[in-house]
Ligand binder design. Structure first.
Ligand code: SF4
Length: 68
């Protein structure tokens, strides 16, 4: 199971910058290659501001926050 709620990541687009992990480590993680992945079991609805900031800061537009 991965993070639930209105957040999506596009691993094809991710360039491994890590901004998302810095602003929202509750939701985002990086695999051994630096590619984003959602933290298992977290509910993104509890981290809306962080998810929005992560989407704004992602240089690859790889994060989508769909709102509540
Ligand atoms: S900020 Fe964007 S490019 Fe950087 S690791 Fe996160 S999803 Fe990937």
């Amino acid at each position: 199971m991965s993070a639930t709620g209105p957040v999506k990541v596009n691993r094809e687009r991710c360039v491994g910058a890590g901004n998302c992990v810095r602003v929202a480590p509750e939701l985002f993680d990086q695999d051994d290659d630096g590619v984003v992945r959602l933290v298992p079991g977290e509910d993104a609805r509890g981290y809306a501001p962080e998810a929005v900031e992560a989407a704004d800061l992602c240089p690859a537009a790889a994060i989508e926050y769909l709102g509540e």
